[in-house]
Ligand binder design. Sequence first.
Ligand SMILES: Cc1ncc(COP(=O)(O)OP(=O)(O)O)c(N)n1
Ligand SMILES: Cc1nc(C(=O)O)sc1CCOP(=O)(O)O
Length: 272
Amino acid sequence: MARGYEVRDALVIARMALHQAIERAGPVNGQRGCPRPMGFPNGNWPGYRDDKLPSALNFPSCVSEEQPQLGLYPIVDRAVWLQQLLPLGVTTIQLRIKDLHGDALSDEIAEAVRIARDHHCRLFINDYWQLAVEHQAYGVHLGQEDLESADLKAIAAAGLRLGVSNHCHYELARGLALRPSYIAVGPTYATQTKDMPWVPHGLDGLQYWTEALADFPLVAIAGIKDHNIGQVSATGVSGVAMITAITDADDPESVTRDLMARMANGVHASHG
Ligand SMILES: Cc1ncc(COP(=O)(O)OP(=O)(O)O)c(N)n1
Ligand SMILES: Cc1nc(C(=O)O)sc1CCOP(=O)(O)O
């Protein structure tokens, strides 16, 4: 808390630190009983149990030998974007609709699922998990608040993947307990697209999350553009999500090609 963490985050970090200290405890300078000096905890996540959420549902994986990374992950608000972007080689996309209801919403989701299937693209539906199940989308993306209202068991039983938004240690402890298919962390940089109370984590923060969540496909989001995507990729994240870099571009197709190329270069740079 002295470092400015909220009490719930501080408790999660303290649990991680305790487990890490016990794991690393050992002789120092030949003296017994002294724990080895340790840095900020980056593993040993506590097995958090939230009464309002089921635990360890083990959602299916969203990466495979053929598609080992999530890659460039555009977030769009209409199915027509899939028609435009998927032929370019985009392999993960999210439909995030905030302004449709009823049949119009259902039809838009059905159309996006159809296009994604034709292109073997992983389509995540934001929020509307019932429609995602009904139309057999590849997966669902939910925010922390949505986790309580959604029927997570029904999503898992239908075989859909789950992606979850996270912004701090507490949310991660809560999100990880579900064993989702991917973990999104943000905000990486400042964004004008959504009002959020969180301080951007920056590249250092993102690098920390990649180390602390080594077993999970990680998705970075917020403020990611052509000038920073190479560095973001080089942290080792599995996916890089973005809205306005693509949807506000004058030429979204050429920007998407450029972003994919920069991402590939960033990944190569990180592997030497
Ligand atoms: C990949 C990814 N990360 C985070 C979000 C944000 O989701 P959520 O918290 O549900 O907020 P809204 O998208 O509903 O505003 C996301 N959609 N995708
Ligand atoms: C929808 C959303 N969720 C975020 C999070 O951090 O959870 S950031 C974000 C908006 C990202 O938009 P852009 O790529 O235009 O910055």
